[in-house]
Design a protein around this ligand. Structure first.
Ligand code: ADP
Ligand code: ADP
Length: 223
C-alpha cells in the first residue's frame, strides 16, 4: 500500500484577475521505504506540492490520501494531529529553536505527547553523531550539525513520511552527501519514506525515484 497518494490534484492561485496554475493535474504515489526527489526550477511548483503533501494547504481539486485515509474533508484539528503524528519536516535552514540547547529541542515534542522517549532519543543521538553536542545552543553548531539535529528531531516522533525542503542547500558538498546518506538510511531502516525537494541533481541521483516538475507539471524522470 502506498503511504501517500495524490489523485488528480491541482492547485490554483488567484492574483487579482489572473489565475496561476501552480500545480496541474497531478497523480503521485509514494510507496513505503522510498526516497523520492523532486527537482525543478524556482517557481515551478515544488513548494506548493510539498505543502499539499504536508497537509498545510488544500488542493483546489483532487484527493489526498495518507495511509489510505482521505484527507480532503477532515477538520483542521484532525489534520493537525495527523501532521504531528505522521509527518516530519526538515527545512533548508533547520528551523531549530535558537534559545534552546540541542537536547531541549526534543522536549517540546514531549510536552505535546507526554511520552518522553529517553532510550530512542539516545539512539538517535548516537546514530546521527550529535551526542557530543547535545548541550550546545543552535548558534554554536555548524550547518551540517544543525541539519543532523533537524533530522533527529523529525525522526523523534517516528513519522511515516518525512518532507525535506532543500535540506542540503546551505551545506558544502561533502556535508550535503553526508546528510543525503543519513536520509537514505532513515528510509532503509524504518518503515518510512522521505520526499526531498532539491535544486541539486547530484543529490537527487542518490534517491530511488526522481520527479521533475516544470510549470506545475510533474513527470517521473528516468534515472
Ligand atoms: P524557491 O525557494 O524555490 O526559489 P521562492 O520561495 O523564492 O521559491 O518562490 C518562487 C516564486 O513563487 C517567486 O516568484 C515568489 O514570488 C513566488 N511565491 C512564493 N510564495 C508566494 C506567495 N505566498 N505568494 C505569492 N507568490 C509567492
Ligand atoms: P517553487 O517552490 O518551485 O519555487 P512554488 O510552488 O512556490 O514554486 O510556486 C509555484 C507558482 O505558484 C509560482 O508561480 C508562484 O508565484 C505561485 N504561488 C505559490 N504560492 C502562491 C500563493 N500563496 N499565492 C499566489 N501565488 C502563489
Amino acid at each position: 500500500m502506498s503511504i501517500m497518494k495524490l489523485e488528480n490534484v491541482s492547485k490554483e492561485f488567484k492574483d487579482g484577475t489572473t489565475k496561476i496554475q501552480a500545480l496541474k493535474q497531478t497523480n503521485l504515489e509514494i510507496e513505503e521505504n522510498q526516497f523520492v526527489a523532486i527537482i525543478g526550477p524556482s517557481g515551478s511548483g515544488k513548494s506548493t506540492l510539498l505543502t499539499i503533501l504536508g497537509l498545510l494547504q488544500k488542493p483546489t481539486t483532487g484527493t489526498v490520501y495518507l495511509n489510505g485515509e482521505k484527507i480532503n474533508e477532515q477538520q483542521e484539528k484532525d489534520k493537525a494531529k495527523l501532521r504531528f503524528d505522521k509527518i516530519g519536516f526538515i527545512f533548508q535552514s533547520s528551523n531549530l529553536i535558537p534559545f534552546l540547547k540541542v537536547k531541549e529541542q526534543f522536549r517540546l515534542i514531549d510536552k505535546i505527547t507526554h511520552k518522553p522517549k529517553e532510550e530512542y532519543l539516545n539512539e538517535l543521538f548516537e546514530k546521527l553523531d550529535i551526542d557530543s553536542i547535545k548541550n550546545k545552543y543552535v548558534n554554536q553548531l555548524s550547518g551540517g550539525q544543525r541539519q543532523r539535529v533537524a533530522i533527529a528531531r523529525a525522526l523523534y516522533n517516528e513519522p511515516t513520511i518525512i518532507l525535506a525542503d532543500e535540506p542540503t542547500a546551505s551545506l558544502d558538498s561533502d556535508k550535503a552527501y553526508e546528510v543525503i546518506d543519513l536520509l537514505a538510511n532513515v528510509v532503509k531502516e524504518g518503515k518510512r519514506s522521505v520526499i526531498m525537494v532539491t535544486h541539486d541533481i547530484r543529490m537527487a541521483k542518490k534517491c530511488d525515484v526522481i520527479y521533475e516538475i516544470s510549470d506545475g507539471e510533474l513527470k517521473r524522470k528516468e534515472l
